[in-house]
Design a protein around this ligand. Sequence first.
Ligand code: AMP
Ligand code: MG
Length: 313
Amino acid sequence: MKKFLPLFMLLALVTLFSSCTETKVTRQSFAFDTVLNITADEKYNEEISEAFRMCQGYEKVFSRTNKESELYKINNKVSVLPSKEIKEVLEFSLDMSKKTDGAFDVTVAPLVDLWDVNKRTAPPSSEEIEKAKENVGYENISSAPFSLGKASLDMGAVAKGYIADRLVDYFKEKGADDVIIDLGGNVALVGEHSVGIRNPKKPDEVFAVIHLKDKSAVTSGAYQRYFDYEGERYHHIIDPRTGYPSDGDILSVTVVSPSSMVADALSTSIYILGEDALSLCEEFPHTDAIIIRKDLNTATTKGFAEKYSLAYK
Ligand code: AMP
Ligand code: MG
C-alpha cells in the first residue's frame, strides 16, 4: 500500500513524505547537534547502523566545538595537516566564496562565535563586531599549500551536505535503490520521493511539496536558530561583509541539487544574497531553488514548478 508518511522532526527543516512499504525501516540517531533519520529497506539495517557510525566519525572531523575533532585541532593550531575530507570541503568552500563575492565565507567563525545565537539575548556592540571581522576573510587563507594564518574555519554551512553525499555514495555501493537520508532537514535521496518544504512561519506545517529523484533538498532559514531583541530577529546566518545576521526579504531558501554539498552551500549563500542570487544555481548542474519571502510569496528558478511537480499546501 502506498501512503504519505510525514516525518516531523524537531530540528528538521524539510519534512519528508515517503511512499513506504511494510519492509521499510526508519531509524534515528543524533550528531552534528541535530536529529538524523535514515529510511531504507529493512534488509539494509546493518548499512543504516554503519551510516550512523560514519556520521559519528564525521563529527570528529568537522565539529568546531568537540576538542577531539580535526577542525578544532586545526583551528587551535594543534594540528596543521588537514585530512582529505577537510581539504575537499575547504576547496569547494573557497570556490563558493569567489562565486558569491564573499557572502559565503568558511572563515566566518569569529562572527558566528560572537553572535552565538543559542545563548545571546542581545546583539554584540559594533566595536565587538569590527574586532571579530578582523580575522574573517577567505582571501587570507589557502587550501594548497594549506595555510590559515589567523583565520579559523566554520564548515557548518556545508559539512552536512558533504556528509549526506558520502552516505548516498555508501548506500549506492551497497546496492540500495531507495533510501531517505535526513541529516536534520538536510535531505538526500536515493530513488524517488516527495519532499515537504516547511512553512517558515509555522515550521510544524508543510508549505509545499516537491517530487524529487536522486536529489538532495536543503533549506536555510532564519527560523532555525535565532534570538529576538527589541522587535528584531537575529539569526545564525551571518553576512560577513557587514558582520551582522543577513537581513532581507527572505524567510527560507530550499535548494535542490544532485549534490547535497552544493545544495547546502547554495541555500546559505542565496539566503544572504537575496533573490537575484537564484541565478547562481545555473553554475551547477541540475540545480534549482525556491525562496519563500516574508509575505509567503515565492520566487523560483525557471521551470521549478514543472520540473519538481511543485504543489502548495
Ligand atoms: P545553514 O544552516 O546551512 O544555512 O548554515 C548556517 C551555519 O553556517 C551557521 O550556523 C554557521 O555555522 C555557518 N555560517 C553562518 N554564516 C555563514 C556564511 N556567511 N558563510 C559560511 N558559513 C556561514
Ligand atoms: Mg548550508
